[in-house]
Design a protein around this ligand. Sequence first.
Ligand SMILES: Nc1ncnc2c1ncn2[C@@H]1O[C@H](COP(=O)(O)OP(=O)(O)O)[C@@H](O)[C@H]1O
Ligand SMILES: [Mg+2]
Length: 291
Amino acid sequence: MKGILVTNAFWQWRKEAFDSLANALLDAAKKRNIDLIPRTNQDFLCALPDLPAVDGDADFVLFWDKDVRLARMLEQAGLPVFNSSRAIALCDDKTLTHLALSRAELPMPRTVLCPQTFPANGYPDVGFLNQVGEMLGWPLVVKEGFGSFGYQVYLARTAEDAAGIIRKRAGTPLLFQEFIRESAGQDLRLYMVGGECVAAMRRVNPRDFRANIQHGGHGEKYAPTAEETALAAAACRALRLDFAGVDILQSARGPLICEVNSNAHFTALAALTKADIPGSILEHVLQSVVK
Ligand SMILES: Nc1ncnc2c1ncn2[C@@H]1O[C@H](COP(=O)(O)OP(=O)(O)O)[C@@H](O)[C@H]1O
Ligand SMILES: [Mg+2]
């Protein structure tokens, strides 16, 4: 069995952590006698309509990147890509994730998608924020469609706060979300592979409403309930994800999907739970390719 591992050539921030994820996937492949070749997204330049030259007899691509155009090209070249370009694109933009999960009628915090403007126009009139406030209450959460590690997630206490946030991000997808007060600074991370939960933790952050480790959160061992696992599995089905990190908020009205990550980092979770997450990912890919 031969596969290609695609990572991003330009990633700089905490590069060691990023490299260690790739190395863990390469090690897991080696243990299973899979020849997994590391490549980056700059190794496949091609002049369309030619398709990228890929290592001849590769059976699959493990796509550890968000370059959805390259993922699509590799699919067009006839390779099975994990996760698929469609699944990665849906997860990468939280506004699209939300639409797909709403369609599947999965419970999530109440959400309003922000009307999109053009970068050159900005938001000269933000009167609609009063309406958003009436729908969701204050404070509310503002999220950029594209964001990770909690860095593009904000708490707006007033319409003025929200205006300041969105004006700086004109032209990008944005959403407003009901603030789930009772779960402030806490969430669950379920690592799902092939519809099964292979590892889970509760993240707790006493210093910030965002539970992300990057904002001071820490992981605690946690055994998810059947309802939480079923919800995470349903989210993966709706987004057609082979593997994912699913964030769940424990609200007074039950578990709610917060967001879904198609390329979730697993180092901290694997260390906490001793679960072999890269091994599970490779096993799942193997089974899917052999089918
Ligand atoms: N609607 C919400 N109510 C309360 N807390 C939230 C809400 N949305 C996000 N959070 C907190 O912010 C963190 C980051 O948000 P998330 O949507 O997971 O973005 P990211 O992709 O940056 O991790 C979550 O882990 C959670 O702790
Ligand atoms: Mg998250």
